[in-house]
Ligand binder design. Structure first.
Ligand code: NDP
Length: 246
């Protein structure tokens, strides 16, 4: 059941996070929106409330542990529990290794890996105490298959896959009833390509997305499916993308 679930969404200011927030709220969830661009979060929360839904927001930088702790505390203090954390924030400044964009490598590790770890660390004490909770994370098709240009981005997303599967197994063994779901999207039309600074990579990706990209609402549908699942069932992995993308 989605209704009345308390769902924290990282990277909720655009794309997949925004679409998911709107869909879950339209189905009765209480959503807590986090990202760095507060003006965008405010507008999305206002839209949700105008449509009859429940939403609050807070500035969030997933790379900072205390920022993750603060949004989780806000959710718990406001609603008394946390049911789901959707670890969606991410960046994708792809380029070939030979371009040596080492700062971007570090940024991807920080947002895509440390951001996930910080979110899980923030929410885990609540899930453990509740003996209930669901962690949903966004990996990528680049997290299950290597592509030229995605060495570091893909590496961060392979990490997400491994981490989530370990978390699933450990939770089952420990009896904490923390469920997991990992998404592997292909080309989804969002703001993600804006993070690419390498000209060749930007052109290549723009062509791919123009040819195949689908709406982030499709990913929101899948996240909602996972959230809707009864407590005795975990739906672990979804690869979702354009039907026409090879
Ligand atoms: P968007 O660029 O539209 O959304 C990314 C979100 O991440 C934004 O809300 C951004 O908000 C947030 N974000 C970035 N850095 C931080 C940070 N340090 N702290 C908090 N929030 C941050 O792209 P998508 O919706 O496509 O991306 C969502 C996820 O999906 C990402 O993890 C991406 O890797 C993954 N993905 C996307 C695919 C696609 O084709 N679009 C394919 C496969 C995976 P703000 O800037 O306001 O902080």
């Amino acid at each position: 059941m989605i209704k009345d679930k308390v769902v924290i969404i990282t990277g909720a200011s655009s794309g997949i996070g925004e679409a998911t927030a709107k869909e879950l709220a339209s189905r009765g969830a209480k959503v807590i929106l986090g990202a760095r661009r507060e003006d965008k979060l405010k507008k999305i929360a206002d839209d949700i409330k105008a449509a009859g839904g429940e939403a609050i927001y807070a500035a969030l930088d997933v790379t900072r542990p205390e920022s993750n702790d603060a949004i989780v505390k806000l959710a718990k203090d406001t609603y008394g529990k946390v049911d789901v954390i959707f670890l969606n924030a991410g960046i994708m400044p792809v380029s070939n290794v030979s371009a040596l964009k080492t700062n971007e490598w570090k940024q991807m590790v920080d947002v895509n890996i440390n951001g996930v770890l910080n979110g899980v660390a923030a929410v885990m004490p609540i899930f453990t105490a509740q003996k209930s909770g669901q962690v949903i994370a966004v990996s990528s098709v680049a997290g299950i298959k290597a592509y030229p240009g995605t060495a570091v981005y893909g590496g961060t997303k392979w990490f997400v896959r491994d981490f989530m599967e370990c978390l699933r197994m450990e939770s089952a063994m420990e009896g904490t009833n923390i469920r997991t779901a990992t998404l592997y999207p292909a080309a989804i039309n969002t703001e993600l390509l804006d993070t690419i600074t390498d000209e060749g990579a930007a052109q290549g990706m723009a062509g791919l997305y123009a040819a195949f990209g689908i709406s982030p609402e499709r990913i929101a549908n899948v996240v909602s499916f996972a959230v809707d699942m009864p407590e005795d069932t975990t739906v672990n992995e979804f690869t979702v993308g354009p039907a026409k993308q090879p």
